[in-house]
Design a protein around this ligand. Structure first.
Ligand code: F6R
Length: 614
């Protein structure tokens, strides 16, 4: 993962680089560093580097003590893959006058390291990245430019990289390469920039060039030259960004996560806007060619990771039950390496908040080679690689999600997926008009139901106290609430570090019942649906064994608090939208437990927001 920022300008760039890193902290935050080339008054240039363990703020503090001046620089916020988080492993890495920052993994770094050591290179870190610095240094001695040295180096690298380099002897030039990790060039007036994500550069420009896979570029103050994987000169379209984003703005909330939980009614309103009418879903909202594709669909394959995978699991129930189309879901990291049989007229649907998740992107690329009819991305970032590489894209419009634990991205994905189910059902004539109109009504009422559900926050905050001392927990649900139980368990473990597992409630008796005792809290999601009576039996199985139950139950489901069972009444909602509504109390529970435990809610340990390595 890791975030990269680079600048070549006539003004001092240290502050621009640090502000860029702050905006990229969602990509990793175990250490940060920057290197700047300062041109002295006698024309000589001098390389200065600063690296700190911990978050970007530690680097900003160090810069206050030791300011760096200079107009060309590169900076990095790290999420460790090779080598523990430490100052010596923090980027940038240096070999002589060559300086590098890198995002991704160099898979053959061990053999390259041995070859370079044999040539006399000394390694001062445990990172895979340092081989890039030394290789470019080596090739620079046998080539006529930094760009040629980079191109020679790339021929030897195996793996994924977004990388930016500079040469302290040639200070007004950056060279960059993209293969498997995103990079965007920001165009200024008499200055240019580079970053892993346009968000980093919004304070300095709105004009961007997105590098494509295999691209290499040379960036100076006045010029950007781009070459494709074959070395041919290419142009990439200039895009104007209309993203508005202030990563620092938590408003009245203590954490981004809490703000984002409370933003869900508005976020869902945005997701729905212009996409449903009194007569149903607007199929064209999925793209001009969507109708033709949806009419032919015979099978759907969903692919995603983490929270997005849970959204896909819910959608699988919907696609089969509401649109009558067969549907499979698989974790992207498994799909990409498995030999799968593609059924005729299969539509591949990828789900991703960021659109840059390495496994999901790789799965999309694999799918293109093995005969899927078409691909559709459900995504929150319009400029992402996933959107650009898919045939169709449907934006979730959640707005920027800063908290590492995904909240509004998930519920907006679910709302988007329900509309997709309606669109495919309509085009295949497998959904009745009555069902479609019921779903329209349910979706329209959804923001109101979510706002009502958020008013449970006070009650849930009190409940959270019961969990603070617990080591383990179990989440139960049935049908499309099973993935919601999984999502609840993921949220709790991510931000409170309490071990949490989810089970389909009917599966309990096949093993996990052995775990039940008075120390094990069991959280149950119980909307008033067809499976309610079955779920009640499962709850009784737990009660009979002394389990400690917390049941989030529909007001009309006739669940009452009793010894060892606390019931939290959730507003009555139509069954189709219940998975979206029941997500909110579980998000709030994990948030308040984490708050009591004093963890870093927005940036939990070991994680990053966007997982651009496999
Ligand atoms: C959990 C979480 C992760 C992401 C996963 C996929 O709260 O955020 O599990 O859902 O890394 O990320 P995207 O959706 O960006 O592909």
């Amino acid at each position: 993962m890791c975030g990269i920022v680079g600048a070549v300008a006539q003004r001092d760039v240290a502050e621009i680089l640090v502000e860029g890193l702050r905006r990229l902290e969602y990509r990793g935050y175990d250490s940060a560093g920057l290197a700047i080339v300062e041109t002295r008054s006698d024309g000589a240039s001098q390389l200065k580097r600063l690296r700190e363990l911990g978050k970007v703020q530690a680097l900003a503090d160090a810069l206050n003590v030791q300011p760096l001046t200079g107009g060309t620089g590169i900076a990095h916020t790290r999420w460790a893959t090779h080598g523990e988080p430490s100052q010596r492993n923090a980027h940038p890495h240096v070999s002589g006058d060559i300086v590098v920052v890198h995002n991704g993994i160099i898979e053959n770094h061990e053999s390259l390291r041995a070859q370079l050591q044999a040539k006399g290179y000394h390694f001062s870190s445990d990172t895979d990245t340092e081989v890039i610095a030394h290789l470019v240094h080596y090739h620079r001695q046998h080539t006529d430019s930094l760009l040629s040295a980079l191109q020679a180096t790339l021929k030897e690298l195996r793996g994924a990289y977004g990388t930016v380099l500079m040469d302290a002897r040639d200070p007004e030039r950056l060279v960059v390469a993209r293969s498997g990790s995103p990079l965007v060039i920001g165009l200024g007036v008499g200055e240019n920039f580079i970053a892993s994500d346009q968000l980093a550069l919004l304070p300095v420009t709105r004009r961007f060039l997105y590098l494509e896979e295999g691209d290499v570029a040379e960036v100076t103050r006045r010029e950007v030259r781009i070459f494709d994987a074959q070395g041919g000169s290419v142009e990439r379209a200039e895009l104007q960004s209309d993203v508005t984003h202030d990563a620092g703005d938590k408003g009245e909330y203590r954490h981004h996560m809490l703000k984002e939980i409370h933003e869900q009614p508005k976020a869902i309103t945005d997701t729905l806007e212009g996409r449903i009418t009194d007569s149903g879903v607007v199929v064209e909202a999925f793209g001009n060619s969507a109708r033709g594709i949806f009419e032919k669909v015979e099978h759907i394959q969903l692919i995603a990771c983490g929270t997005s995978y849970h959204a896909g699991m819910v959608a699988r129930y919907w696609f089969e039950a509401l649109a009558g189309v067969s549907c499979d879901i698989e974790i992207a990291s498994e799909f990409r390496y498995r030999k799968s049989v593609v059924r005729p007229n299969s539509l591949l649907i990828t789900l991703s908040q960021s659109g840059e998740t390495a496994d999901t992107l790789a799965a999309l690329r694999v799918a293109k080679d093995i005969g899927f009819m078409s691909s559709l991305a459900v995504c929150n970032v319009a400029s992402s690689s996933l959107v650009r590489e898919s045939d169709l894209a449907f934006m979730t419009r959640a707005g920027a999600e800063i908290g590492v634990a995904s909240t509004k991205a998930f519920t907006t994905q679910l709302a988007a997926l329900l509309m997709l189910v309606m669109a495919i059902g309509r085009c295949r004539n497998t959904m009745t008009v009555e069902t479609e109109l019921e779903l329209v009504q349910a979706l329209r009422a959804l923001p109101g139901h979510l706002a009502e559900t958020l008013s449970l926050a006070g009650e849930i905050e009190m409940l959270a106290e019961d969990f603070a001392e617990k080591q383990h927990s179990l989440f139960l649900g049935r049908g499309e609430q099973y993935p919601i139980a999984m999502e609840g368990a993921l949220k709790l473990k991510e931000i409170s570090y309490i071990h949490a597992e989810a089970y389909a409630a009917g599966e309990l008796k096949h093993g996990p019942l052995a775990l039940i005792d008075a120390e094990m809290p069991i959280i149950v999601v119980a909307p008033n649906n067809d499976l309610l009576e079955k779920l009640k039996s499962n709850v009784e199985e737990v009660r009979a064994r002394g389990g400690l139950l917390y049941v989030f139950a529909d007001q009309e489901a006739d669940f009452n608090s009793a010894a060892n069972m606390k019931v939290i009444q959730v507003p009555h909602v139509p069954a189709a939208i219940a998975p979206i509504v029941y997500t909110l109390p579980l998000q709030l529970l994990s948030y308040y437990v984490a708050l009591i435990k004093g963890t870093d809610v927005d940036q939990p340990r070991n994680l990053a927001k966007s997982v651009t390595v496999e």
